[in-house]
Structure formats: structure tokens, C-alpha cells
Design a protein around this ligand. Structure first.
Ligand code: EPZ
Length: 421
């Protein structure tokens, strides 16, 4: 159904109003995997209604958990795990389903997953995940596109040094280590806010995780974890996207339910471009853009607390109408500029050379027919469409629906002329 649909935007409207930011997709997914560790019924609040979360729930049900959703609360009952295999079609639906390996292995000592497919951003290897789990005692055989994993004597603690601060690998190790024998140390761990959210969840269930958010995370394995109730942190990338939407429209937005600290790498760049940003109260953030936007210079994506790669596409859309030249250096994924050619159809001036994209700001964009190439690339097209003169039609909505809860409804509520047909 989403394939025939189009988001249709008549650009030029100034956004004004308040947006309650959704729960974080990239926290919800590892947390849904973490419910496998608990023999009982876990409750996750502020879980965004996204196709990726639905896919994660289907994986849980496939191994015998019972999942149900009431609005933004998901309950997952993992009292009984009746299977340890995640079939290909589910693995292909969402490449981050590799995150289930650690928790299924920890709980059931065996797991069979098909190799997660690559995605639009590149091959998405999982070598860090497999190397770490092997160091914890897992035997993993890769054959016929499947991963046969087992730890007959259970997993044991290990001192793991990640060659790159991989978010998913850090999360997978934390999940596996929480029920392993002994202590696991992760050196050069990812420091993204979602790591701390996962650690808080595991500790609420009776686990012993320390150092999350820093470069060294220690996990002392425990016998058993009991289910808990947890509220998922706000989605800093959805927040960053809506800030870019507000800024490109020359508007004035209040975001609620955000974590200012998590957004600092993005708000610092927007202030550099001429936006005024104030944080106040609990989780409120105000942005207005009265002055004409200027280029922020060079943007290098990096692991947290550097500039987040997921915010690079929407920011590129914003810089395409800022005066001056912006250089983007994409250090995290090897193929994350596919939205540049779609933005060029609106009149953006972007030249891409490997991991560098050079954006020369133009006075105005004009509407066109576009196709989303990936999740955040699609968000970039929506951002640009808000400012493009005339009508912009965007296809490939299944990409956007993976990470944004009702994006057209949210933007319409603050004055955008946008609908889904
Ligand atoms: C998480 O992906 C996020 N996804 C991504 O968000 C985000 O872009 C990324 O972290 C970086 O912040 C979820 O949390 C579900 P990585 P992940 O492991 O864990 C290479 C979005 O738009 N790598 O930190 O897959 C990998 O190829 C998505 O919401 C290996 O080489 O990211 C990539 O170049 C997109 N071997 C780099 O590391 C491995 O074993 C970063 O990957 C694992 C990763």
C-alpha cells in the first residue's frame, strides 16, 4: 500500500506551533530485543508506532513471545520462548534485527538467524557482533546464508575491545553479557544516548551494567532478569529532523519531550546557521529562524557526541537553501548521499565525491516528483519540499514510515500544507 502512496507538499508555508517528539526508534528496537532476557511481561512506554517496531514485535512473536500494543505502550511477554530461529523474511525486513542475536543466545543458549540483508546505506556488516560473541564463548557457523549460533555451556564474560564504536555491536554485547557468567568489559563502546537507555532498562530488570554513555561499559552477568516497566527516551533524530523543517520554513517551533543534551551536536550547528534556540522547562526546546540562513561550514558526521550521521540528510536539505557552501564529510556509512540526487531535482546544487558532498546554497528550490531512497534520505526530501516553490510529490514512503510516526500529520499540525495520497 505504502508503495502507491505519495506525500504531497505545497511548499512555502511558515511552520509555527508545538510538536511532541516521538519515542526513539533506535532505543525501542534494542529494548524490544531486551524483553527476551526477562521471563515475564515487560512494559515499554513511549514506543513509537513505526513499521520497524512492528517488525521487531513480529520477531518476538516468531520465537514465542506475546506482544500487544495500546497506543504508544507495548507489552511483551517472554515468559516462554518456544523458538530460537528468526526466518529470512523477518531478518530482511529490518537489518538491525541482528540485535536479537545477543538476547536470544543469552536466554536460550542457541539461536539461528539468517544473515541480515544489506540496506540502502551499504553492506552493513556484522563482523564486530560475531567477533565479540565468539569471545564470549559462542560458536557461530555461517552457512547457506544462515548463522547457527550456540553456547552450550552458556556465555561467559570477556574483555572486548571494539575496533569501532559500533552502536549495534555495543548493544548486542550488553544484551548477551547481562546473563553471561562473570564480567564483560566493552572498550571503545558506543556512547549514543540509546546505550544508556538500554543499560537503565537492564539494571531495572536486576542486571548490573555500569559506565554506559562512556567509552568503557562493564556488565556483570546475573542468574536471571525480571521484567520491568520502562519509558523509552525521546527520538533525537526525529527531533533534529523537525528542527530542520522549522528552520527551512523560516518558522518558529516548540518541541516537547526532548532531551536537550542529546540534541546539542545538532542545535550547535543550527545556531551557527542563524537559528535562535532556547531550552526551557522539562524537555522543551524553542527554535525560531528570523535571519536568513548561512552555511555552517564543514559538517563531519561522527559517533556520539559528534554530529549524528542520521541527521546528515535533513541538515543537507536545510543547507541547500542557506547562503554559502557547506561541505559534508560522511564518516560513518559509505553510501549515505543518495538523497543528494533527489534534492538536485528540486534545484539544489550538490556535488558528491565518495564520502564528501559539497552543497552550494541556492535562493530557492522548486517542487518536483521525488522518490525516497532510504529512511533519513526520505526525511531530507520532506524537509526540502516544505521550502520548495510549488508542489513536491514524494514516493517510497515505506522507507519514511520505518522511522517517523505520522510525519505528515505532525507537520500539518504546525501549518505545513502536506498530505498523504
Ligand atoms: C545504528 O545502526 C542505528 N540503527 C543507525 O540508525 C545509525 O545510523 C547508526 O547506529 C550510527 O549511529 C539502530 O540503532 C537500529 P553501527 P548500527 O554499528 O548499529 C560499520 C537510522 O536511520 N559496522 O554504529 O548498524 C557499519 O557498516 C539508522 O535510524 C561494521 O563494519 O550502526 C557502519 O559503517 C540508520 N561492522 C558503521 O560501522 C559491524 O559489525 C556504523 O555502524 C557493525 C558495524
Amino acid at each position: 500500500m505504502a508503495e502507491q502512496q505519495r506525500i504531497v507538499i505545497n511548499g512555502g508555508k511558515r511552520l509555527e506551533g508545538e510538536i511532541a517528539v516521538q519515542g526513539a526508534k533506535n532505543s525501542a528496537l534494542p529494548l524490544l530485543a531486551a524483553t527476551v532476557l526477562c521471563s515475564g511481561e515487560t512494559v515499554l512506554h513511549n514506543c513509537p508506532r513505526l513499521s520497524d517496531c512492528d517488525a521487531a514485535c513480529r520477531i518476538l512473536e516468531c520465537i514465542g513471545c506475546k506482544c500487544r500494543r495500546e497506543k504508544n505502550t507495548v507489552t511483551a511477554d517472554a515468559s516462554v520462548i518456544s523458538g530460537v530461529e528468526v526466518p529470512t523474511e523477518l531478518m530482511r525486513e529490518m537489518r538491525s534485527s541482528i540485535i536479537f542475536l545477543g538476547s536470544i543466545l543469552a536466554r536460550c543458549k542457541t539461536c539461528r538467524l539468517s544473515f541480515p540483508g544489506g540496506c540502502e546505506l551499504g553492506p552493513r556488516p556484522i563482523d564486530f557482533h560475531l567477533k565479540a560473541l565468539r569471545e564470549m564463548g559462542a560458536e557461530i557457523v555461517e552457512r547457506h546464508g544462515y548463522l547457527d549460533c550456540s553456547a552450550p555451556k552458556g556465555l561467559h564474560g570477556a574483555r572486548i575491545a571494539l575496533s569501532f564504536s559500533s552502536v549495534g555491536a555495543t548493544e548486542n554485547i550488553m544484551l548477551a553479557a547481562s546473563l553471561a557468567e562473570g564480567v564483560t568489559e566493552i572498550h571503545n563502546a558506543a556512547r549514543e544516548p540509546e546505550i544508556a537507555d538500554l543499560a537503565e532498562f537492564i539494571n531495572k530488570c536486576g542486571g548490573k551494567v555500569s559506565g554506559a554513555g562512556g567509552s568503557t561499559v562493564a556488565i556483570e552477568g546475573v542468574e536471571k532478569l525480571s521484567p520491568c516497566e520502562h519509558r523509552i527516551i525521546p527520538d533525537r533524530i526525529a527531533a533534529a529532523t523537525y528542527l530542520c523543517c522549522g528552520a527551512i520554513s523560516g518558522g518558529e517551533l516548540i518541541l516537547t519531550g526532548v532531551d536537550h543534551a542529546d540534541l546539542r551536536p545538532v542545535t550547535a550547528v543550527l545556531e551557527q546557521m542563524g537559528c535562535s534556540i532556547y531550552t526551557y522547562g522539562k524537555g522543551h526546546l524553542f527554535i525560531n529562524t528570523r535571519k536568513p540562513l548561512v552555511s555552517p561550514g564543514t559538517i563531519r558526521t561522527n559517533v556520539h557526541p559528534g554530529f549524528p550521521t542520521d541527521a546528515q540528510p535533513p541538515l543537507m536539505a536545510l543547507t541547500s537553501v542557506a547562503s554559502g557552501t557547506t561541505v559534508f564529510v560522511e564518516n560513518i556509512f559509505e553510501n549515505r548521499f543518495k538523497h543528494a540526487s533527489e534534492l538536485a531535482r528540486l534545484g539544489a546544487k550538490i556535488s558528491v565525491e565518495g564520502k564528501v558532498a559539497v552543497v552550494t546554497g541556492v535562493k530557492a528550490l522548486s517542487g518536483a516528483e521525488l522518490i525516497s531512497t532510504d529512511l533519513r534520505g526520505g526525511a531530507a526530501l520532506v524537509t526540502a519540499g516544505l521550502a520548495a516553490e510549488g508542489t513536491t510529490r514524494i514516493g517510497g514512503l515505506s522507507h519514511i514510515d520505518r522511522g517517523y510516526e505520522n510525519i505528515e500529520g505532525v507537520l500539518r499540525s504546525v501549518g505545513a500544507d502536506i498530505c498523504r495520497r
